[in-house]
Design a protein around this ligand. Structure first.
Ligand SMILES: Cc1cc2nc3c(=O)[nH]c(=O)nc-3n(C[C@H](O)[C@H](O)[C@H](O)COP(=O)(O)O)c2cc1C
Length: 178
């Protein structure tokens, strides 16, 4: 299976990056091909909503890292979103990538699996509600199938996350992909 992992933190060695690392380790061990797109370290401009793409077969007027990633995303069997929780939803860095799906919604829609990984400081039972709803809406719109979510709540920094079972759970989720 071709899997694209999109991360959304500017902490190269942060909490969500560790979940991404462990997921990728497991997925590769199970023989999957994994591409990683670290959105915070790529040039991804916000969607202009100019609708140029509508009359130009999905070509986006913005010339940046997304241009070469459209085909890779369209070609993926699975897309994995990995984000720190920012104000109860995904980070702006990863949201910018998703907004840019707009140019190729039709080509991206259908027959893909998806997963969501998130980390947060808070650990209330409602901490991930907003993010989860957003993710579910995106999948419903794109007709993608959720195959797993991992919410590492109560983990403000990597040192705390390392003391939990969440990294192992990320690895196991990667390993379990069929
Ligand atoms: C701008 C910003 C907004 C945040 N918003 C939330 C939040 O709404 N709820 C929460 O529990 N933690 C929040 N946090 C804490 C981060 O989600 C948490 O520290 C996370 O582990 C950081 O992940 P990273 O190391 O991968 O960047 C926020 C942190 C930042 C910098």
């Amino acid at each position: 299976m071709k899997i694209t992992v999109i991360t959304g933190s500017s902490h190269k060695k942060g909490t969500s990056a560790l979940l991404a690392d462990k997921f990728i380790e497991g997925a590769k061990e199970s023989g999957h091909e994994v591409l990683r797109f670290d959105a915070a370290f790529e040039d991804v401009k916000p969607c202009l909503a100019c609708e140029y793409c509508v009359s130009h077969e999905g070509e986006c007027v913005r010339k940046d890292a997304m241009n070469e990633w459209y085909d890779k995303l369209i070609d993926s069997d699975m897309v994995v979103f990995v984000t720190p929780l920012y104000y109860y939803t995904m980070s702006a860095q990863i949201k910018a990538v998703i907004d840019r799906f707009h140019a190729n919604n039709a080509k991206l829609a259908g027959n893909k699996k998806a997963m969501l990984f998130a980390t947060s400081y808070g650990a209330d039972d409602w901490t991930m509600e907003g993010l989860e709803k957003t993710y579910e809406g995106i999948l419903r719109f794109l007709n993608w199938t959720d195959v797993g979510k991992l919410f590492a709540t109560g983990c403000p920094v990597r040192e705390v996350l390392e003391q939990t079972d969440f990294p192992n759970q990320a690895y196991e989720l990667g390993k379990s992909i069929q």
